[in-house]
Design a protein around this ligand. Sequence first.
Ligand code: ATR
Length: 274
Amino acid sequence: AGKYAVFGHPIAHSLSPQIHQAFAKQFGLEVDYRTIDAAPEAFEAAVRAFFADGGHGANVTLPHKTAAFALADERSEAAQRAGSANVLTRLPDGRIAAHNTDGDGMVRDLTDRHQLDLRGHDALLLGAGGAAHGVAWSLLDAGVNTLTIVNRTPEAADALADAIGDPARAHTRYWEDLDDLGSFDLIVNATSAGVLGKSLNLPFGFVGVRATCYDLSYGKSAADFLGWARAANARYVVDGLGMLVETAADAFELWHGKRPDTEPVYQTLRRQYG
Ligand code: ATR
């Protein structure tokens, strides 16, 4: 079956081992899946050692997704668009392939689990870092009408919009103008403010009547944004727990050729995370 791991820093609290073990159980598979803590300067050597030592696949989380993309020999289109990778797979000839399942996982969580049809939605993307790059193209692929990208540092938002290259649909506005942007149907928090323990202090005005507010993180990191969304009377308030399970399912299928049932695994985690 091969060896599998998730690389991060820190990584001790990662849910990936639990998720992959639960998926494996659905098929009666024994999977060796461990966490590997690697500081940024040690990441590439640790990945190469892992694959040289019989590793078959690795998930990659913060802060290594860009480095994972850079060290790969082959890169999927999703990874190329995001400029980062959350999945590394050893190819039969020993080369390493990079893939990114974040955007597809998020959209599947919204459309399949939460039954939201994103077509025609005007979407607001908060943030323009790695996480925002991971989901921007998938939101457009899912049929959002417009994607407005707003970032504290405007240059990063412009760079993301330029990379998308679809000015009729994807454009930027200034963070200082958040009060004046009108309302949105989908608001995605892709900033790392919550992870850093900072509050975004967002105005209520841009939460439209049918708005979904989605945080890419979960647990404590998502609490500030989700609390704001509830106070703003958003129709749906969703954290990134479902996305995490969906992205893991894509990696599992890539490695094992079997599609796991994400719902029972999601429900178990939801009971743990409230
Ligand atoms: P990640 O991989 O989690 O996306 P990142 O690439 O470092 O991490 O990106 C962090 C994002 O969160 C950026 O868009 C950052 O804005 P800047 O480009 O201005 O740095 C945003 N961010 C972090 N803390 C923030 C805060 N307190 N308020 C607003 N945006 C914040």
